[in-house]
Design a binder for this molecule. Structure first.
Ligand SMILES: Cc1ncc(C[n+]2csc(CCOP(=O)(O)OP(=O)(O)O)c2C)c(N)n1
Ligand SMILES: [Mg+2]
Length: 334
């Protein structure tokens, strides 16, 4: 089928391109880790791209997100640029946090990225607080808090969910249920089938969605975002998905069954969305190849730019550690 580049096609192929960017970024990050350009670790988002991209497609630039140790995909979906992201994870002065944050702590206020957090579920409390702050300021912006199935067992999830409920805070809790927390399968961690069911215990809606279907994720997120903007409070979205790479670069051992892995590889969200785009006449296979190539080139450019950037000056190590006395100046975070 030939493709027609209508407005709808362009918007849909953009979703594809963003997913392809995330996929290429993670592959490059893993290479850079192996080459010792990255210290600490890298937790690839590979296989889960449809969640971040679908959710962020329902957001406005002035909305906020919080993220986790597996956060590169959330950042890219929210519109952060690849060059300063790559610089941040390679510890360069040109990174979003001047090289102080690294892979697990990227923050970019100007893009509405409030911060990733290596403390599992830690950012849920930040998100609830930020959402309440927006409400107090009379804004109709919302906050999305991404977290994992493992994070759903942390006490702070329950505290943040309950507090957000009683405050009607405009927050959307997005649980990325990839069915594993490092080497712990979800069957050993939870006795209920759907984490989304827990929302009933706090008095707000919970929805399960196929996390490998970018348009289904976008639609469920759009409903939750509208509800939050209307002042009706939180929603818990559980996106069922799977990471098709090991837990992290520093934890390459993978105890998952090969059959399970191949089952999910066959349900790769990018391949699947590409197939749907072609079938619906929104893009040709050649156009998708072009987008894959573009994503790869952008990532290569970002890596080259990052590696040519200087490391932070050791003498400036204490800068940004202590807040200056005027840190509450109105408008400072604008
Ligand atoms: C409070 C806390 N406990 C333990 C860890 C170690 N840890 C890092 S990632 C992880 C698993 C998280 O699983 P999940 O929330 O499902 O996210 P996923 O890695 O699957 O994306 C654990 C236990 C941590 N970082 N923080
Ligand atoms: Mg998990």
């Amino acid at each position: 089928m030939t493709s027609v580049e209508t407005g709808a096609s362009v918007a849909l192929t953009q979703l594809y391109l963003t997913m392809a960017r995330i996929r290429a970024f993670e592959a490059k990050a893993m290479d850079l880790f192996a080459e010792k350009y990255i210290r600490g670790s890298v937790h690839p988002y590979t296989g889960e791209e449809a969640v971040a991209v679908g959710v962020c497609a329902a957001l406005r630039p002035e909305d906020y997100i919080t993220s986790t140790h597996r956060g590169h995909g959330h950042c890219i979906a929210k519109g952060l640029e690849l060059r300063p992201m790559m610089a941040e994870i390679t510890g360069r002065a040109t990174g979003y946090c001047r090289g102080r944050g690294g892979s697990m702590h990227i923050t970019a206020m100007r893009h509405g990225m409030l911060g990733a957090d290596a403390i599992v579920a830690g950012s849920l409390a930040m998100a609830a607080g930020a959402a309440y702050g927006l409400q107090l300021q009379g804004k109709d912006a919302v906050v999305v808090a991404f977290f994992g199935d493992g994070g759903a067992q942390q006490g702070i999830f329950h505290e943040a969910a309950n507090l957000a409920a009683v405050l009607d805070a405009p927050v959307i809790f997005v649980c990325e249920n990839n069915q594993w927390a490092i080497s712990t399968p979800i069957s050993c961690a939870i006795r209920i089938e759907n984490i989304a069911d827990r929302a009933a215990g706090y008095g707000f809606p919970g929805e399960v969605v196929d996390g490998n279907d970018v348009l289904a994720v976008r639609d469920v997120a759009a409903r939750a975002v509208e509800r939050a903007r209307r002042g009706e409070g939180p929603t818990l979205i559980e996106a069922k998905t799977y990471r098709i790479t090991p837990h992290s670069a520093a934890t390459p051992t993978d105890n998952r069954a090969p059959d399970e892995l191949s089952y999910w590889r066959e349900r790769d969200p990018i391949v699947r969305f590409g197939r749907e785009l072609v079938e619906a006449g929104h893009a040709s296979p050649e156009r998708l190849e072009e987008l894959d190539r573009q994503a790869g080139e952008e990532v290569e450019d970002a890596a080259e730019w990052a590696l040519a950037s200087p490391y932070p000056d050791a003498a400036a190590a204490e800068e940004d550690v202590y807040a200056p006395a005027d840190w509450l100046t109105p408008g400072r975070l604008a």
